[in-house]
Design a protein around this ligand. Structure first.
Ligand SMILES: Cc1cc2nc3c(=O)[nH]c(=O)nc-3n(C[C@H](O)[C@H](O)[C@H](O)COP(=O)(O)OP(=O)(O)OC[C@H]3O[C@@H](n4cnc5c(N)ncnc54)[C@H](O)[C@@H]3O)c2cc1C
Length: 406
């Protein structure tokens, strides 16, 4: 029984689940990762990783692997989507390193996932089960958590960490079924060879174009060999599409119509994208307190706890920070040696920061897509405050050390 109570079930093998298993393994905790997919596919598009997340990967010894697949942009440049003028700039590159002690990286989601997967596969503490879909979980205060898989298999462990994403089953069991929140925004995503990017936009930059009811972001990935581009516009998916799918048929003509009178330079970039995929953006309201992130032996991590709009580029980073915190607590004798106590401290440490990032992501959507007076105010503030408005020291110096008492 002691052995069983020490090991953990991690539901979901996305970035959050793999990071969680790795952090626990580093603390000497065994885990079984249950992933519903039968195989991991090269899915997704670009991700940005701030110094807060890169710091964790470096601590886990993954910096060389990150250097081998990511790009490290020199600056974030904000431009007006209609007239092309520069609205603001934040130096990244060497400046991020000097200010925040770590790099600012951009990479493909599949590369980050495979980097974590390789690390997890080297750990004897982690067992990975593909094609294993959690359908139910029950807690028994004396013996632990019991998980039932689709098909009827059962497993027991000392704790269950729900890393099963936006449509989390673990969350539904903990907090009741709640529908996801449709944002009314659609993301068109494309990947192109850097040699196909218009020469004026080929620089090592994150460029964000802001316009009324739209924004477009592009940056290099794969060590600068490819560019990732995402264009966010207002709209709905056809009602016949499966909202949980990660790719939908996308028509470049619909996107061009939604972008309206965008400037020539931006359109030259959009026109260079060979294929688009469409991704409806959904989120959930922030958790209302630690009691919603952990209850007894069950806790939520990553998108299962705090799915957010991608406008602060911190979804994957918050999942990695959650995982790091859990690993830290599993290692720390002051955090107690029983799972309910550790998970309560984990939730105490994480929920407020996650909620803040989630709320700022939502606010950025409003500011990015502003028109009229709000647009004028945004542009004026960016011109006056420059880097002070765009930098986020409180965020990039993270993750915060976990609390070790309630
Ligand atoms: C296919 C895919 C593509 C993505 N592409 C991008 C992108 O291009 N850009 C971006 O910014 N973000 C993307 N994201 C989201 C981003 O990866 C997450 O916001 C972030 O990394 C947090 O990860 P997570 O592990 O918490 O959740 P997720 O990445 O959603 O991972 C959840 C995992 O749990 C598995 N799962 C779900 N339910 C069950 C269950 N009942 N039993 C077992 N396993 C289950 C899923 O198959 C998935 O592997 C993508 C996510 C996915 C799943």
């Amino acid at each position: 029984m002691a052995g069983m109570n020490q090991h953990v079930i991690v539901a979901g093998g996305g970035i959050g689940g793999l990071a969680c298993a790795l952090a626990l393994a580093r603390a000497g905790v065994r885990s079984v990762v249950l992933e519903q997919a039968r195989a991991f596919a090269e899915v997704g598009a670009g991700l940005q990783l701030g110094p807060n997340a890169v710091r964790v990967l470096a601590e886990w010894g993954l910096m060389d692997n990150l250097l081998a697949c990511a790009a490290f942009p020199a600056a974030l440049r904000v431009r007006d989507a209609h007239d092309g003028r520069q609205l603001g700039q934040l130096r990244l590159g060497a400046m991020a390193l000097a200010r925040h002690g770590q790099h600012y990286a951009t990479l493909h989601r599949a590369d980050l996932h495979s980097l974590l997967l390789t690390a997890v596969q080297q750990r004897p503490e982690v067992q990975l089960r593909l094609g294993a879909r959690l359908s139910r979980c029950e807690e028994d205060a004396a013996s632990g958590v019991r998980v039932t898989l689709e098909g009827g298999d059962t497993l027991s462990a000392g704790a269950l960490i729900g890393c099963d994403g936006l449509w989390s089953r673990v969350r539904a069991q903990m907090l009741g079924e709640q529908p996801v929140r449709a944002t009314g925004h659609l993301a068109y995503r494309g990947l192109l060879r850097t040699t196909d990017v218009p020469p004026a936009l080929r620089g090592n930059l994150v460029t964000a174009w802001l316009g009324p009811r739209l924004h477009v972001v592009h940056y290099p990935v794969k060590q600068g060999e490819r560019f990732n581009l995402v264009a966010v516009v207002h709209g709905q998916l056809p009602s016949t599409d499966d909202p949980q799918a990660w790719t939908h048929a996308a028509h470049a003509t619909d996107l061009r119509r939604a972008l309206g009178p965008a400037c020539e330079e931006l359109m030259s970039m959009v026109n260079a994208v060979p294929d688009w995929t469409l991704w409806p953006l959904n989120d959930r309201p922030a958790l209302r307190g630690p009691h919603e992130q952990a209850q007894g032996r069950v806790a939520l991590l990553g998108d299962a706890a705090h799915p957010m709009r991608p406008y602060f580029a911190q979804g994957a980073a918050m999942a990695i920070e959650d995982a790091w915190t859990l690993g830290r607590l599993a290692q720390d004798p002051a955090a107690g040696d029983d799972w309910p106590a550790r998970l309560a401290l984990y939730a105490q440490t994480r929920w407020r920061r996650n909620a803040r990032v989630q709320q700022l992501s939502q606010r950025n959507g409003v500011v990015f897509h502003a028109s009229g007076l709000l647009r004028w105010g945004r542009n004026t503030a960016m011109a006056l405050l420059g880097e002070r408005l765009l930098d986020n020291t409180w965020l990039y110096e993270g993750p915060p050390e976990p609390r070790t008492s309630h």
